[in-house]
Design a protein around this ligand. Structure first.
Ligand SMILES: Cc1ncc(COP(=O)(O)O)c(C=O)c1O
Length: 463
């Protein structure tokens, strides 16, 4: 491999590789420890070469595999087999789900953890535990998965959309205050992409206005704000353990809280409303549903948890390295972290793509050219506040009875325009978390492919 310092790189010039020791001798330890030396490892020649989409050789060969997801070990198989053989497959009879709940609560520093069927149900349970329902409004970001909005709608409450911060991709806190009124019951920030919403501002606003905070941390296990795990900062936090997530059981979720009353309501709701233990009530204490996790999933989660810290460290370190390279490319703007974010879980690596810096090459063609180099990316979310299905709410029998036609039409109109969010949806490019689990050379290849596409953007635009 040829090592080239960014500052010294000349097109088509092969430079004799330096060992790390030679680098330190030549440029000093300070430069080395700042990561300046290791910034560019793939040669300038690779950047210059003809893009694969125009008939050149792809930067990644067919044999260069991205880290496969999920990652399993012998422990996963052993723990599942143990559950299988025990015959105790349900959380009400087996010991594994309580064990996972205790372990996850301890890992995050929360008083209570309730394992749930999935992340969507964790959000639904959280709203039920707070008795949020018809007539209530919940403020959510429009840059999120549909589950965030659906959880609110399933309670016949109204979702109100904030805008999105152009730099961080998180909820724009400047847009929240004007949305709050007497019906606002909760703020539901999403820690998007593994990063952290602006919890400083969110908690301040919620405290001032005396409203609750439910953290949708479905994408951000182990992310931290000021050293505190996300999900433990607001009143309730929710996780998803769906197949793509950093902690994965195929499906699954969890609700975390330090509030014992919310926890008891949540536990009862997720268990068909069965009465709380020691409540003096026999049978059912409230309404609810069966949203329980199975013992098999809890067993996988306990096994996967053993790898989570190490994997998170690898993602963080690769993402930091990739950001150093990508932010040097005109027109590529990696998502920044909010003030106070002390750990990013990097469920996604996100950046904004400015086609003007790529001779007008549309984002979709940029992604095709990247894919041709062996680097898969995606465009991410479309504006949730403009989803046609939301319009259905305004004609829904139940919603009409609760809110009336005029109120619903006003609600729809008021949520129609979130300009910064539209910009993010138009510009975003995502890489999935497993792409951050490989060697540094994977990051070099991503950066090199983007530089190559930029150099040949004019020709690619005409292709
Ligand atoms: C932000 C967010 N919220 C909620 C969910 C719902 O989680 P689940 O798919 O486990 O129901 C997801 C899952 O993708 C998510 O990304």
């Amino acid at each position: 491999m040829v090592l080239v310092l960014e500052s010294e790189a000349k097109p088509n010039l092969m430079i004799k590789p330096f060992s790390r020791r030679q680098c330190v001798q030549k440029f000093g330890t300070a430069a080395s420890s700042l990561g300046l030396i290791s910034q560019t490892i793939v040669s300038a020649k690779a950047d210059e070469a003809k893009p694969a989409m125009l008939g050149g050789s792809p930067i990644r060969k067919k044999t260069d595999h991205w880290t496969k997801w999920p990652i399993i070990g012998e422990n996963d198989a052993r723990m599942i087999t143990d559950v299988l053989k025990s015959g105790l497959w349900n959380r009400l009879s087996g010991p594994i789900t309580p064990k996972f709940e205790a372990a996850w609560a301890a890992r995050l520093g929360a008083k209570h953890c309730l394992a749930t069927a999935n992340g969507t149900s964790a959000l639904i349970i959280a709203l039920a535990a707070m008795d949020i329902g018809p007539g209530d409004e919940v403020i959510i970001p429009p840059y999120t998965f549909a589950a965030t909005v659906n959880a609110v709608l399933l309670h016949h409450a109204l979702p109100i959309f904030s805008d999105t911060d152009l730099n961080t991709f998180q909820m724009d806190c400047n847009s929240i205050t004007s949305l709050i009124n007497a019906n606002t019951a909760a703020l539901m920030p999403v820690h998007l992409g593994g990063s952290v919403a602006d919890m400083g501002r969110i908690m301040q606003i919620a405290g001032d206005k005396k409203i609750k905070v439910i953290e949708d941390a479905c994408q951000s296990p182990l992310a931290e704000w000021k050293g505190r795990a996300v999900s433990t900062i607001g009143d309730i936090g929710c996780f998803s353990f769906q197949a793509s997530k950093n902690l994965n059981a195929g499906e699954g979720g969890a609700l975390l809280t330090n509030n014992s009353d919310y926890f008891e309501e949540a536990r009862s709701f997720h268990n068909n409303g069965r009465a709380k233990p020691n409540s003096g009530v026999s049978g059912y204490g409230r309404n609810g549903a069966n949203l329980r996790l199975t013992e098999f999933q809890s067993a996988i989660l306990l096994a996967q948890m053993e790898r989570l810290e190490k994997q998170s460290q690898t993602r963080e370190s690769n993402a930091k390295y990739l950001t150093e390279q990508l932010q040097a490319i005109p027109g590529i703007m990696p998502a920044k972290m909010v003030e106070g974010c002390t750990r990013n879980a990097y469920h996604l690596y996100m950046f904004r793509y400015n086609s003007q810096a790529f001779q007008g090459l549309p984002r979709e063609t940029f992604l095709k050219a990247l894919a041709a180099e062996g680097i898969p990316g995606s465009t991410g979310y479309s504006p949730l506040n403009k989803e046609p299905f939301l319009k259905v709410v305004t004609t829904n029998k139940g919603f009409l009875r609760i809110y009336g036609e005029k109120h619903l039409n006003d609600w729809y109109a008021k949520n129609a325009e979130r300009p910064a969010n539209d910009t993010i949806c138009k510009d975003a490019v995502w890489f999935t978390q497993n792409m951050l689990l490989g060697p540094r050379s994977d990051m070099d290849q991503i950066a090199s492919a983007i530089r190559r596409i930029q150099k040949h953007a004019g020709a690619l635009a005409k292709a």
